[in-house]
Design a protein around this ligand. Sequence first.
Ligand SMILES: NC(=O)c1ccc[n+]([C@@H]2O[C@H](COP(=O)([O-])OP(=O)(O)OC[C@H]3O[C@@H](n4cnc5c(N)ncnc54)[C@H](OP(=O)(O)O)[C@@H]3O)[C@@H](O)[C@H]2O)c1
Length: 254
Amino acid sequence: MINVVFLGFGNVNSNLFKALHIANEVTVKQVFNRNYIKMISPFENIPFTDDISKIEEADVYIIGIPDDAISAFSESLPFQNKLIVHTSGGVSIDTLSNKNRRGIFYPLQTFSKERAVSFKTIPICIETENSQDLDLLRKLGETISENVVEISSEKRAKLHLAAVFVNNFTNYLYQIGREILKNEDLPFDLLKPLISETASKIETLSPEEAQTGPAKRNDIKTIEKHLHLLGDSPYRKFYELFTEELKHNYGKKL
Ligand SMILES: NC(=O)c1ccc[n+]([C@@H]2O[C@H](COP(=O)([O-])OP(=O)(O)OC[C@H]3O[C@@H](n4cnc5c(N)ncnc54)[C@H](OP(=O)(O)O)[C@@H]3O)[C@@H](O)[C@H]2O)c1
């Protein structure tokens, strides 16, 4: 049995908590959060504390708090030589205080507290400072995911960079699309099948093969019409930048 304590209870840890709580061979011993949280049904029996001095013994402590808070928080933990992991893609293992054994347990997915996800296909990127801890994290990861991979802090930083491009920026582009439709009283739902197919296509085609649209086709008149429609909109700069880049990418200079 692997005993786990969650430190922080935001988007990631609340989702990891739900998955590990029902996993075989894992016991969630406790949840710590700096502010009080009421554990709601069916989790009301999981011990909660907001007192850092009352954190219980565990095999693995999972820190799930904003990146910039990880260093100071790990330093503030009142115990030593335990396995402490964080869940960040972009933060090096060295950022954790070295008074404890350090590790990474980074689930490569986008998490929101109010949305449940299945961990089965989510890559869990692990890293530790010794082989026993690596075995333990691998075992823990495999209780919820079929894809546990050992990745160094350097490579994980690049992986996270790529993830920001494909998720955060793409999602912001959805926001722009929704805004443009909203101004015309058109529902965002009209774009959803396109968004779904764009994501599905890359299961069988490379992103380069999957690309369509006026920039790839070099449809100058359509591009000019779009720029006219954008006028002095703040979104114009993205349109111009992406169009230039796509034309360059497909070998058709403006
Ligand atoms: N969200 C994602 O999609 C995602 C995906 C993969 C990895 N990650 C990584 O997972 C980690 C957590 O991300 P998240 O989205 O779950 O964050 P989040 O929801 O913003 O985290 C909120 C939690 O952090 C606690 N917290 C905030 N500042 C703190 C501080 N200074 N000291 C102690 N606790 C503090 C909050 O406590 P209170 O309730 O008391 O405010 C709350 O429990 C980050 O390192 C992030 O890079 C995120």
